[in-house]
Design a protein. Structure first.
Ligand code: FAD
Length: 390
């Protein structure tokens, strides 16, 4: 390696974890983190939960001293606009050109918007800290919110808005919330949770129009229903932030295509986190949008980049979502098409095993943290479902 060091583009969890792991692996060269946000790298899960509910304001992952002490340069408020993999340079929006020996792409996601929705005050998306603060500001004055999309972020926003006393209509074209991830059977339990908390959940219908003069006033659903609204939150998912890679030769297909260690199609270029589509053990490309995946990937990509031994880790994927007082947790890789065995349900809390080809492939719990975590070994060992149920 020359002395240009490692440049990490993106200023979120993946960037911070990679820098941290590099120093732990005793990499002594230069490390530069380039982020288009003005904030120190911060944690996103609280944005739809504690931050929105005004319980927390500080979500930084590490204080500034951490970066100083570890000699990690932060270039904040600096978007990368292009990459030249031949010259091994990244160009920033202000024209600065950074040379690298190794480049790490950690640019995360950009929330999708609905082009037909006019740019009215009170129409919001949620991905960043600034967006969470702006949404919280609107929420403090709002009375009636429409949340479009009952995925994880839409469900969490609906729950947080309810706890702030806002009337919420949650609109979802699928038959239940989270249907595409967890299937309709568990989706029904999530629907029940929200309805019990006073959310007006409308499923099987989309949004046809959003109306207003300067500020949003009304949402019209596909079935013609007109809903008064002074706040609209669009939670219809996100897309990988890869525009800046156009023309670079780095292969992108719903995320940056990587091998099983995070190496991209371009020499000395790596990717991890929400933006990256890693090859999995079965040879498929998979992009994961969950927090714990980032640390799992950082533990692999760093030694691979440094030419060190890559640890053999058996990763059982995990994510959680906090909705009201219920922590929904998912361990393993359940799919909507799996056979679902609901083994506990007290009307609010629940536990379900997901079966594929006779073995347990996932466990989903609502408010059952101990029981979900206990299943980790069983999933890793592909335990027959009969044993789980017996
Ligand atoms: C509101 C919310 C709630 C969540 N809750 C949960 C949860 O409960 N459980 C769970 O498992 N996961 C949750 N997640 C997902 C989890 O936060 C992500 O998996 C994680 O943040 C991914 O980290 P990342 O570093 O890959 O991407 P990000 O955290 O998105 O970081 C990417 C960074 O790169 C910057 N960037 C983008 N383009 C450029 C560019 N061209 N130049 C420079 N910088 C750029 C972005 O501004 C951003 O700072 C949540 C996510 C959100 C948004």
């Amino acid at each position: 390696m020359s002395n240009n060091g490692i440049v990490i583009v993106g200023g979120g969890l993946a960037a911070a974890r990679t820098a941290e792991q590099l120093r732990r692996a005793e990499y002594t060269g230069r490390i530069t983190i380039v982020s288009d946000e003005a904030h120190l790298p911060y944690d996103r899960p609280p944005l739809s939960k504690e931050v929105l509910r005004k319980e927390v304001d500080d979500v930084v992952l590490k204080p500034r001293e951490f970066y100083d002490e570890n000699d990690i340069t932060l270039q904040l408020g600096a978007a990368a606009t292009s990459l030249d993999t031949g010259a091994q340079t990244v160009t920033l929006a202000d024209g600065t050109v950074l040379h690298y020996d190794e480049l790490v792409i950690a640019t995360g996601l950009v929330p999708r918007r609905i082009p037909a929705i006019p740019d009215l005050e009170g129409v919001r998306v949620l991905r960043s800290f600034d967006e969470s603060m702006a949404l919280r500001e609107h929420a403090s004055e709002a009375q009636r919110a429409v949340v479009i999309g009952a995925g994880f972020i839409g469900c969490e926003v609906a729950a947080s808005l309810r706890s702030l006393g806002v009337e919420v209509v949650l609109v979802e074209p699928q038959p239940t919330p989270l249907a595409t991830v967890l299937g309709e059977q568990i989706g029904e339990l999530v629907a029940r949770l929200h309805r019990n908390e006073g959310v007006d959940l409308r499923t099987g219908v989309g949004v046809a129009e959003v109306r207003g003069e300067k500020h949003v006033e009304q949402v019209v659903l596909g079935d013609g229903t007109e809903l008064a609204a002074d706040l609209v939150v669009v939670g219809i998912g996100s897309r990988p932030a890869t525009e800046w890679l156009e023309g670079s030769g780095v292969e992108v297909d719903n995320g940056v295509i990587c091998d099983e260690a995070g190496k991209t199609s371009a020499p000395n270029v790596w990717a991890l986190g929400d933006v990256a589509s890693w090859r999995d053990a079965t040879g498929h490309q998979a992009r994961v949008e969950h927090w714990s995946n980032v640390a799992d990937q950082a533990r692999v990509v760093v030694p691979a980049m440094l030419g060190q031994d890559v640890p053999e880790v058996v990763v059982v994927p995990y994510f959680w979502s906090d909705q009201y007082d219920v922590k929904i947790q998912c361990l393993g890789e359940p799919e909507a098409t799996d056979v679902v065995h609901l083994v506990e349900d007290d009307g609010r809390k629940f536990l379900a095993y997901y079966e594929r080809d006779g073995v347990v492939v996932g466990v989903v719990g609502g408010g059952m943290p101990g029981k979900v975590m206990k299943a980790r070994g069983k999933i890793a060992a592909a335990t027959p479902i009969s044993e789980m149920l017996g």
